[in-house]
Unconditional design. Sequence first.
Length: 204
Amino acid sequence: MKLPDRGPGQEYYDRKPMIIDDLRVLPVSPLIVADGPLTPRMAKLRPEIASQAVWLMPSKEVQHARLRIRHPEGVPPAYLKSWEPMAEHLEETTITTITVDHLTVDETIGEIERVFAAYIAKGPTAASLDERRSLIRYGNQALVAQYTSPSARPRVPVKDPGRVVRTFDCECAASSCDLLVELRVGDAAAAVRGAPSAILATGH
Protein backbone atom coordinates (compact mmCIF):
# COMPACT_ATOMS: atom_id res chain seq x y z
CA MET A 1 0.00 0.00 0.00
CA LYS A 2 1.37 3.38 -0.98
CA LEU A 3 0.71 6.05 1.60
CA PRO A 4 -0.17 9.54 0.38
CA ASP A 5 2.56 12.13 0.50
CA ARG A 6 1.85 14.20 3.57
CA GLY A 7 5.00 16.21 3.79
CA PRO A 8 8.68 15.79 4.72
CA GLY A 9 9.38 12.91 7.05
CA GLN A 10 5.82 11.55 6.95
CA GLU A 11 6.88 8.10 5.80
CA TYR A 12 9.05 7.80 8.91
CA TYR A 13 6.17 8.96 11.12
CA ASP A 14 4.01 6.19 9.68
CA ARG A 15 6.67 3.63 10.61
CA LYS A 16 6.99 4.72 14.24
CA PRO A 17 4.22 2.42 15.56
CA MET A 18 6.13 -0.47 13.97
CA ILE A 19 9.23 0.55 15.93
CA ILE A 20 7.21 0.28 19.14
CA ASP A 21 6.04 -3.20 18.06
CA ASP A 22 9.66 -4.20 17.40
CA LEU A 23 10.72 -3.06 20.86
CA ARG A 24 7.93 -5.12 22.42
CA VAL A 25 9.15 -8.39 20.92
CA LEU A 26 12.90 -7.96 21.49
CA PRO A 27 14.36 -10.24 24.18
CA VAL A 28 15.17 -8.84 27.60
CA SER A 29 18.66 -10.35 27.60
CA PRO A 30 21.20 -9.07 26.90
CA LEU A 31 20.59 -5.35 27.25
CA ILE A 32 19.37 -3.55 24.14
CA VAL A 33 19.93 0.06 23.12
CA ALA A 34 17.45 1.19 20.48
CA ASP A 35 17.88 4.37 18.47
CA GLY A 36 15.11 5.71 16.27
CA PRO A 37 12.67 8.49 15.42
CA LEU A 38 10.02 7.86 18.05
CA THR A 39 7.98 10.69 19.49
CA PRO A 40 7.87 11.13 23.28
CA ARG A 41 4.11 10.47 23.25
CA MET A 42 4.66 7.10 21.61
CA ALA A 43 7.27 6.22 24.20
CA LYS A 44 4.83 7.31 26.91
CA LEU A 45 2.45 4.58 25.76
CA ARG A 46 4.96 2.10 27.14
CA PRO A 47 5.99 3.20 30.67
CA GLU A 48 9.00 0.87 30.69
CA ILE A 49 10.26 2.59 27.54
CA ALA A 50 9.71 6.11 28.85
CA SER A 51 11.45 5.31 32.13
CA GLN A 52 14.53 4.08 30.28
CA ALA A 53 14.68 6.67 27.51
CA VAL A 54 16.84 9.69 26.84
CA TRP A 55 16.14 12.40 24.28
CA LEU A 56 18.89 14.40 22.59
CA MET A 57 17.57 17.89 21.98
CA PRO A 58 19.22 21.01 20.58
CA SER A 59 17.84 24.41 21.41
CA LYS A 60 15.44 25.80 18.84
CA GLU A 61 18.07 28.28 17.63
CA VAL A 62 20.73 25.61 17.17
CA GLN A 63 18.28 23.25 15.45
CA HIS A 64 17.30 25.92 12.93
CA ALA A 65 20.93 26.89 12.31
CA ARG A 66 21.84 23.26 11.61
CA LEU A 67 18.83 22.82 9.34
CA ARG A 68 19.88 25.84 7.28
CA ILE A 69 23.34 24.31 6.83
CA ARG A 70 21.80 20.95 5.87
CA HIS A 71 19.30 22.50 3.46
CA PRO A 72 21.00 25.45 1.72
CA GLU A 73 18.31 25.36 -0.94
CA GLY A 74 15.69 26.13 1.71
CA VAL A 75 14.52 24.33 4.84
CA PRO A 76 11.14 22.55 4.49
CA PRO A 77 8.62 24.46 6.66
CA ALA A 78 7.57 21.26 8.44
CA TYR A 79 11.11 20.85 9.76
CA LEU A 80 11.16 24.39 11.14
CA LYS A 81 7.91 23.73 12.99
CA SER A 82 9.03 20.46 14.56
CA TRP A 83 10.84 21.78 17.64
CA GLU A 84 7.90 23.19 19.63
CA PRO A 85 5.67 20.09 19.60
CA MET A 86 8.64 17.87 20.47
CA ALA A 87 9.53 20.08 23.43
CA GLU A 88 5.90 20.11 24.57
CA HIS A 89 5.67 16.33 24.34
CA LEU A 90 8.82 15.93 26.43
CA GLU A 91 7.37 18.17 29.14
CA GLU A 92 4.45 15.73 29.43
CA THR A 93 6.75 12.81 30.25
CA THR A 94 9.47 11.84 32.71
CA ILE A 95 11.92 11.20 29.89
CA THR A 96 15.45 12.48 30.52
CA THR A 97 16.54 15.17 28.07
CA ILE A 98 20.12 16.09 27.17
CA THR A 99 20.75 19.46 25.55
CA VAL A 100 23.36 18.85 22.87
CA ASP A 101 24.04 22.39 21.61
CA HIS A 102 27.72 22.51 22.49
CA LEU A 103 28.54 18.85 23.06
CA THR A 104 30.99 16.92 20.90
CA VAL A 105 30.13 13.39 19.81
CA ASP A 106 32.30 11.92 22.58
CA GLU A 107 30.75 14.23 25.17
CA THR A 108 27.27 13.28 24.02
CA ILE A 109 28.11 9.58 24.32
CA GLY A 110 29.48 10.24 27.80
CA GLU A 111 26.23 11.91 28.86
CA ILE A 112 24.17 9.02 27.50
CA GLU A 113 26.37 6.53 29.35
CA ARG A 114 25.88 8.53 32.55
CA VAL A 115 22.08 8.38 32.17
CA PHE A 116 22.12 4.65 31.44
CA ALA A 117 24.85 3.74 33.95
CA ALA A 118 22.49 2.11 36.46
CA TYR A 119 20.74 0.04 33.80
CA ILE A 120 24.04 -1.07 32.28
CA ALA A 121 25.40 -2.04 35.71
CA LYS A 122 22.33 -4.17 36.44
CA GLY A 123 22.67 -6.01 33.13
CA PRO A 124 22.35 -8.62 31.80
CA THR A 125 24.95 -7.95 29.13
CA ALA A 126 26.57 -9.97 26.37
CA ALA A 127 29.58 -11.59 28.02
CA SER A 128 30.92 -14.26 25.69
CA LEU A 129 32.52 -13.82 22.30
CA ASP A 130 29.64 -15.66 20.65
CA GLU A 131 27.03 -13.47 22.34
CA ARG A 132 28.79 -10.26 21.27
CA ARG A 133 29.29 -11.57 17.74
CA SER A 134 25.61 -12.51 17.49
CA LEU A 135 24.59 -8.97 18.45
CA ILE A 136 27.00 -7.37 15.99
CA ARG A 137 25.76 -9.65 13.22
CA TYR A 138 22.16 -8.74 14.06
CA GLY A 139 22.98 -5.04 13.71
CA ASN A 140 24.78 -5.55 10.40
CA GLN A 141 21.86 -7.59 9.08
CA ALA A 142 19.44 -4.86 10.09
CA LEU A 143 21.46 -2.26 8.19
CA VAL A 144 21.47 -4.45 5.09
CA ALA A 145 17.70 -4.91 5.39
CA GLN A 146 17.16 -1.15 5.43
CA TYR A 147 18.39 -1.05 1.86
CA THR A 148 17.43 -4.43 0.39
CA SER A 149 14.10 -5.47 1.90
CA PRO A 150 10.70 -4.77 0.29
CA SER A 151 10.17 -2.09 2.94
CA ALA A 152 13.52 -0.43 2.20
CA ARG A 153 14.03 3.24 2.86
CA PRO A 154 11.86 5.10 0.33
CA ARG A 155 14.50 7.70 -0.41
CA VAL A 156 17.50 5.53 -1.22
CA PRO A 157 18.93 7.80 -3.95
CA VAL A 158 20.10 5.11 -6.39
CA LYS A 159 18.44 2.50 -8.57
CA ASP A 160 20.69 -0.25 -7.23
CA PRO A 161 20.85 0.03 -3.40
CA GLY A 162 23.29 -2.88 -3.36
CA ARG A 163 25.96 -0.56 -4.72
CA VAL A 164 25.56 1.94 -1.88
CA VAL A 165 28.63 1.98 0.40
CA ARG A 166 27.89 1.97 4.13
CA THR A 167 29.87 1.34 7.30
CA PHE A 168 29.36 -1.92 9.20
CA ASP A 169 30.64 -3.06 12.58
CA CYS A 170 33.62 -5.40 12.63
CA GLU A 171 32.40 -8.87 13.58
CA CYS A 172 35.57 -10.01 15.33
CA ALA A 173 33.60 -9.25 18.53
CA ALA A 174 36.69 -8.47 20.60
CA SER A 175 35.59 -6.37 23.57
CA SER A 176 38.20 -3.72 22.68
CA CYS A 177 37.22 -3.47 18.99
CA ASP A 178 35.16 -0.52 17.82
CA LEU A 179 36.32 -0.53 14.19
CA LEU A 180 34.02 -0.03 11.22
CA VAL A 181 34.21 -1.67 7.79
CA GLU A 182 33.16 0.13 4.61
CA LEU A 183 31.34 -2.20 2.22
CA ARG A 184 28.85 -2.06 -0.59
CA VAL A 185 25.47 -3.11 0.74
CA GLY A 186 25.36 -5.96 -1.79
CA ASP A 187 28.70 -7.34 -0.58
CA ALA A 188 27.61 -6.98 3.05
CA ALA A 189 24.37 -8.82 2.28
CA ALA A 190 26.35 -11.75 0.93
CA ALA A 191 28.69 -11.63 3.94
CA VAL A 192 25.98 -11.69 6.61
CA ARG A 193 24.45 -14.75 4.96
CA GLY A 194 27.77 -16.53 5.36
CA ALA A 195 29.84 -17.78 8.26
CA PRO A 196 30.23 -15.86 11.54
CA SER A 197 32.84 -13.09 11.46
CA ALA A 198 32.33 -12.56 7.73
CA ILE A 199 32.69 -8.77 8.06
CA LEU A 200 36.07 -8.00 9.52
CA ALA A 201 38.32 -4.96 9.74
CA THR A 202 41.77 -5.32 8.18
CA GLY A 203 43.93 -7.58 10.33
CA HIS A 204 41.03 -8.95 12.41
